[in-house]
Design a protein around this ligand. Structure first.
Ligand code: 3MF
Ligand code: MG
Ligand code: MG
Length: 417
């Protein structure tokens, strides 16, 4: 880069810093660190590439990512095996050396590794999925997930996540779906068995193994497309250790099939399987844009966090988003991560305010103590007894909007003319 370009970039950065300062509302790193927020290596190093998009950024090595996370106030780091170890070095002595270096960087930055995940979608070996017809591919897949479990213990992680994005097909009828599910279960069973073996050998408690669903992409049709499908799969009888396996829903993945994320989360909660949550934002029935949290559906996000707070889920919130490709490398750490975290914290605190809000509280209680007619066989009479009370649903929805825009804290709009 020429000196002129460097000067230009510096003056553009000053402008962005000044405008961000003018926005206000940012939290200090100590505050951010109080939330169970995990920063993925792959989010930080995402280069802006896509099927029709060339990269716009440089990749960022783990030690540098950790340094930025520490500065921002992100307390936890998550990673795929291949984000940190090239495929050809996995399960070799080189892997052990890399892990020593990573542990050092984690310690230097006072960061903890929360989650490890196995890349079973990118490399050509997965072109027919990890649960492919070829026995050797499946054996390799089992070795890879076992290795991820070992890496998890080595780095002190508590969670392992599996996103079987290639478990599906582009062309109808070419794979045997029930057989694929059985093969996939065998791979997960290997991971759990390895985990039990390590735990018995003194490696500490077993990890929480979490399945992540996405309805399409990279396959056209996915065999386990939703969090509900994952919950069904966990109880299918195919898993040797269903108690070790839960789910990692991703906010946008539920919207992509047209679901309501809050309802999907509720179903995982009542099943006792909501263990991990990928946070981001995007549009219903469209592709996986992975936008930063709260930029598309802030009201829905407020409601999601109300649900999670009400039912005691407080993380990990894994920042599985893609910093927009218009954002620079510098911007990823100066703007993308901090603003996404600050919006999350604000929404989380607002969710607390909603739960304590006297209007919502009184409305909810009133609905629950509706007049009882005793006419258990008379539909019309029961309905009439509630007729006016049910208007409260709209009052609650209105109040939630007011909380989102701060009316409950005295914010006023003066419309003139
Ligand atoms: C793809 C995803 C993945 C998974 C990751 C964790 C790259 O849409 O969401 O992110 O979250 O593989 O297992
Ligand atoms: Mg996604
Ligand atoms: Mg995800």
């Amino acid at each position: 880069m020429t000196k002129a370009t460097i000067d230009l970039h510096n003056s553009q950065r000053s402008l962005i810093e000044r405008l961000l300062e003018a926005c206000g509302g940012s939290y200090p790193p100590e505050t951010r660190r109080k939330y169970y927020i995990t920063g993925p290596q792959w989010t930080a190093t995402y280069q802006g590439q896509a099927l029709f998009h060339a990269p716009t950024r440089e990749s960022v090595p783990p030690a540098e990512v950790m340094h930025h996370f520490a500065e921002i106030g992100i307390g936890y780091w998550s990673t795929h095996d291949t984000d940190i170890i090239p495929t050809e070095d996995l399960m070799t002595d080189r892997q052990a050396e890399i892990l020593v270096g990573l542990k050092k960087s984690l310690a230097e930055n006072e960061l903890r590794c929360s989650m490890v995940t196995c890349e079973t979608f990118f490399h050509a070996v997965w072109s027919a999925s990890p649960a492919a017809e070829s026995p050797e591919v499946r054996t390799y897949a089992a070795e890879r997930v076992k290795n991820v479990v070992r890496i998890g213990h080595e780095l002190g992680a508590r969670f392992a996540v599996y996103w079987p994005g290639t478990l599906g097909y582009l062309m109808q009828g070419v794979i045997d779906e029930p057989q694929t599910l059985k093969w996939f279960a065998e791979i997960l069973n290997s991971a759990c068995d390895e985990d039990i073996r390590l735990a018995k050998g003194g490696a500490g408690p077993t990890l929480k193994h979490c399945l992540e669903a996405k309805p399409f992409e990279p396959q056209a049709e996915i065999i386990l497309p939703t969090t509900d499908a994952m919950l069904g799969f966990i109880q299918s009888g195919l898993l040797a250790h269903p108690e070790m396996v839960g789910v990692n829903p991703e906010y946008l993945h539920e919207l992509m099939w047209g679901g309501a994320p809050r309802a999907s989360l509720a179903r995982a909660l009542v099943a006792g399987k909501l263990w991990h949550f990928d946070v981001n934002d995007g549009y219903r029935l469209k592709h996986d844009v992975d936008l930063p949290v709260g930029l598309v559906n802030p009201l829905d996000w407020l409601n999601v966090l109300i649900l999670l707070r009400a039912y005691g889920f407080n993380g990990p919130f894994n920042y599985d988003f893609k910093p927009p490709r218009t954002t620079s490398n510098w911007g990823v750490f100066k703007v993308s991560f901090p603003t996404a975290i600050d919006r999350f914290i604000t929404l989380w605190e607002m969710a607390g305010e909603a739960l304590a809000d006297p209007v919502i509280h009184e409305a909810t209680e009133a609905l629950k103590s509706a007049p009882q007619t005793g006419a258990t066989h008379n539909a019309q009479e029961i309905f009439e007894a509630n007729r006016e009370l049910l208007t409260l649903h709209e009052v609650i929805a209105h109040r939630l909007f007011q909380i989102l825009i701060g009316v409950h804290r005295g914010r006023k709009f003066f419309v003139t003319g």
